[in-house]
Design a protein around this ligand. Structure first.
Ligand SMILES: Cc1ncc(C[n+]2csc(CCOP(=O)(O)OP(=O)(O)O)c2C)c(N)n1
Ligand SMILES: [Mg+2]
Length: 433
């Protein structure tokens, strides 16, 4: 086996970033099968097997759906802007929230306010915002250990997320989850998961629940969609394939969103997988596979609209590969020395927030002052979140064994009805448990 050092060691050329105007619609060919991984981020690429739909309509009918609808929309896009002013400001605010919140996390982590590993999302905001801002409260989101921004986009208050990161009782998991386990029943954030791929079956199960409620329990208005976010490295795990199979088999209302940031800790995606184009794996299971520039929130949003719409209409799952990049190391404990500085600089130049800002100004959707006002508001929210988290109490010791055993009385609670861990002897190692 021979590896090409140039292929893996150097960034491939990237075309323009996200320049878009009313006069220039996105050009793309739904049957195009580009092979350069990084060279075509300005285009949406669709599976060549779409062609097979005509040959084998039973097997491939679903594959055509996303590409055709998006194609039609894109070709008409010179007539309309992709977003209204209100939408533009909402997207901008959400991305600024994600970025500002996480920059603050880095500061707090290095000041010793957070424990364990903390994985930041800087650079990937267009994916979270592009998808989650289209969801309803009842829709579910499943994330990974890189989960703070997904929770924020879904509406979990910044103070609850920050408190969770501080391990405080006021956190969204009462301080028991920490950075990698954001959860909110109210917002249908079904968890960040630390084991890679672990969230995919949870998301598949959530989507199954929606379908079961609608079709078996006859809850006609249950059209809830689940969006599962996970990374490129995770797509080499078995759970990914198993769940794609089940979701396609049962036509579940789910969108599998791969946030391909090119790296799995220090392993380059291009070295780790037999075919780096992950989106192609969707059609292998009879679902559409779409590849989109994950540094462009508007393109992500267009694809997301169609994929979420398909799921909501009962037309089944979609696999979306978002090509993105993380601006920081794998976690805050990672000195980030493995990635090529030229690659990092290249992607820094494609910052999704700057790209959206540019679009907003070019299309006169908002003034600089309006965006500054949003930035100031978010700064205040994040400052307040830190103050709140800092001032919040630590969880009581009695929480220690909660949610650890199915029957907490079996281990955690003694005959007197009190948690065994409240007995001072418990920590002395002399208690009978
Ligand atoms: C089942 C399992 N195996 C190994 C690990 C160790 N691990 C943590 S992160 C990671 C890489 C994941 O990369 P990717 O899916 O691309 O996500 P990213 O960190 O880039 O967002 C690995 C292998 C794990 N958490 N879980
Ligand atoms: Mg990755």
């Amino acid at each position: 086996m021979s590896f090409s050092a140039t292929k893996f060691g150097q960034p491939l050329p990237l075309n323009s970033t996200t320049t878009r105007s009313n006069e220039k619609p996105l050009s793309f060919d739904p049957f195009k099968t580009g092979t350069s991984f990084l060279g075509s981020t300005h285009k949406l690429r669709f599976n060549s097997l779409c062609k097979n739909a005509q040959l084998n309509p039973h097997r491939r009918s679903a594959v055509v759906a996303v590409s055709d609808v998006v194609k039609e929309k894109k070709l008409k896009s010179n007539a309309n802007l992709l977003i209204t002013k209100e939408e533009g400001l909402e997207l901008y605010e959400d991305m600024i929230l994600g970025r500002t919140f996480e920059d603050m996390c880095a500061q707090m982590y290095y000041r010793g306010k957070m424990f364990g590993f903390v994985h930041l999302y800087n650079g990937q905001e267009a994916v979270s915002t592009g998808f989650i801002k289209l969801l309803k409260q009842e829709d579910s989101v499943v994330s990974t250990y890189r989960d703070h921004v997904h929770a924020l986009s879904k509406g979990v208050p910044a103070r609850s997320v920050m408190s969770e990161l501080f391990g405080k009782a006021s956190g969204c998991c009462r301080g028991q989850g920490g950075s990698m386990h954001m959860f909110s029943k109210e917002h249908n954030v079904l968890g960040g998961f630390a084991f890679i791929g672990e969230g995919i079956p949870i998301a598949t199960g959530a989507a199954f629940t929606s379908k079961y409620r609608r079709e078996v329990l006859n809850e006609a208005d249950c059209d809830h969609v689940t969006v599962a976010f996970f990374g490129d490295g995770t797509c080499n795990n078995g759970q990914f394939f198993e769940c794609l199979n089940m979701a396609a088999l049962w036509k579940l209302p789910i969108v599998f969103v791969v946030e391909n940031n090119l790296w799995a800790i220090g392993m380059s995606h291009l070295r780790a997988t037999s075919d780096p184009e992950i989106w192609k794996k969707g059609p292998a299971f009879g679902m559409p596979g779409v590849h989109v520039d994950g540094m462009d929130v508007l393109k992500v949003r267009e694809v997301a609209k169609e994929a979420i719409g398909r799921a909501r209409r009962g037309e089944g799952p979609t696999l979306v590969e978002c090509e993105t990049y993380r601006f920081r190391g794998h976690s805050l404990a990672d000195p980030d020395e493995l990635r090529d500085p030229a690659e990092k600089a290249h992607y820094a130049g494609r910052d999704p927030i700057s790209a959206l800002k540019k679009y907003i100004f070019e299309n006169k959707l908002a003034s600089e002052q309006e965006l500054k006002t949003i930035e100031k508001k978010i700064e205040e929210i994040v400052e307040e979140a830190v103050e709140f988290a800092d001032a919040s109490p630590h969880p009581h010791r009695s929480q220690l064994l909660e949610n650890v055993f199915a029957d907490p009385k079996g281990f955690g609670i003694g005959p007197d009805g009190r948690y065994r861990c409240e007995d001072p002897k418990f920590t002395e190692g002399t208690a009978h448990v």
